[in-house]
Design a protein around this ligand. Sequence first.
Ligand code: SF4
Ligand code: SF4
Ligand code: SF4
Length: 501
Amino acid sequence: MAVNYLYPEYEAVRNYDRCITCRACERQCANEAHEYIEDGDRMVCDDSKCVNCHRCVALCPTRALKIMKSGNAYKQNANWPGRTIDEIYRQAGSGGVLLSSMGNPENYPVYFDRILLNASQVTNPSIDPLREPMETRVYLGAKPQEIERDVNGRIINNLPPQLSLSMPVMFSAMSYGSISYNAHESLARAAVKLGILYNTGEGGLHEDFYRYGANTVVQVASGRFGVHPEYLSAGAAVEIKMGQGAKPGIGGHLPGTKIVGDVSRTRMIPEGSDAISPAPHHDIYSIEDLRQLVYSLKEATEYTKPVIVKIAAVHNVTAIASGIARSGADIIAIDGFRGGTGAAPTRIRDHVGIPIELALAGVDKRLRDEGIRDNVSIVVGGSIRSSADIVKAVALGADCVYIGSAALIALGCHLCRSCQTGKCNWGIATQIPELVKRLNPDIGYERLVNLLTAWQHEIKEMMGGMGINSIESLKGNRLMLRGVGLNEKELDILGIKHAGE
Ligand code: SF4
Ligand code: SF4
Ligand code: SF4
C-alpha cells in the first residue's frame, strides 16, 4: 500500500447539531471536498482537498461549518518547519516545480507598517475635508521642463499626453484568462464610474470591453497576445510589461485548460494551447531597444497616449528606472515583491525581488538627483492594502498606485492562493462557466466603487489632518513621514526621520 506522506493542511469542522444536510457545501466546493453519505444521512469532508477558500463556510445556511488549521504537528524544529517538510514530500512525489498564486506570504518586513504619518497641531492648522475642498485628482505623464510662450506671450500647450485620474489609484494588470469575464467587467465598469483606469494585463481586450477604452490601460507583454492596431488604439495608455513583482526575471504561463472560448479568441491563440510569455522581450536587450519599442507604440498610437513601462522591483531598480526615464516612456510602473499573480513558481514568488517601499524611495530620489523626475510619473504596486498605504506611497514619491489583490478581495477573493488550479470558488480566477457565474458583475462593480469611495474619503481625512488640501502637495513630501523601529540604513534609503526626531 502506498504511503501518504502529506497530511491535510486544513480541516472542515462540521457542527452536526446544526447541519441540516442541505448539501449546499457540496455544491459550492469546486474541489469536491464535501460529500453526502446516504447511509446515515450525513455529510463528510475529504480535508485533503480543502484549500481554505471559505466558500462553503460563507454559504452554509446554518453556520454549521468552520475551517481550522489541521492539528497534525511535526516534531518542533525551528530549522525544518512543517511547510518545508511538506514541500519536500510534494516535490519528491511529483518531480515538479512548486506553483502558487497571489502575493508573497512570507514574513518579510512590511515597511508601510513601520512608517507613521504626521498631523497638524496648533500651527499650520489641519483642514476639515467635510467643509473645505480637497483635491485628489492626479495627472500621469511626462511634464515639460519649462513653460513656452508664443510671440504674444500666450502659453504654448507643449504638454505630452496625460492620464487624468480622480484619485491616485488604478487597478493593476490582470488578464482576461487569468481572471474571469465577470471579474474584468466589474473592474472595467468600476474604473469608469470612479474616473480611474483598469488594465488588460497580457491577455488582450475582449471585444465587449472596447467600450470602456477611455478607462483602460492596454498591455503589451513579451508574448504579444492579443496585440494589434485596434487594441493599441482602444486604450487610454499603453503599458509595456518588462517585469512583474510576483515573478521577476521569468515569463508568464497560462495553462491550456484556461485557454478556452473567448479567452483563446482574445489572445489570438488556439484553444487548449498553453499561453507562455517568454522571460525577456526577444527584441529588447538594452535601454536603446526599449526606446525603440516605446517610440514604435507612440507612432502606432499617433503620439496621443502615454506609454507606461512596468518593471519588477529588483536590486538595481534605481539604475533601471533612470534608463527608462530617458527612454521616452511617460510613466514607470514598479511592482514590489509582494505583488499578486495568477500563477508563479513558489520559490520565485517568495524569494526574488525587493519591497516596493524601498524601491520607490530609491527611484524617486535618484530621478530627482539626476534632474529627470519630471520626465516620468511613478506608479507603484505590490500589496497596497489600504488608503494609509496609498498616502504613505505618495509621500515617498509615487504619483499613483496600482491595486490588484485588494480589488480581488473586494470581489470576494479569500486569498486561498489557489488561482493556478483554475477552480476559484468565488468566480474570479476561473474560466469554468458555472464558477464564473458566482461573481455577479453588478455586485462586483458596486463593491469596487464602495471600496475606493471609502478610501478616497480616508485619503482626504489624512491629507486634511496634515494640513494639505491637494494630493500633489503630498507627493514626495517625506517630512510627513516618520519611521518606527527601523535602522539607520533603512531610514536613509526611505529618506525619512525616526519617530521622535
Ligand atoms: S451547507 Fe451547512 S447545513 Fe448544508 S450540508 Fe453543508 S454543513 Fe450542513
Ligand atoms: S475548498 Fe473552500 S469550499 Fe471547499 S471545503 Fe475548503 S473552504 Fe470549503
Ligand atoms: S482569486 Fe479565487 S482562487 Fe485566487 S486566491 Fe482569491 S479566492 Fe483563491
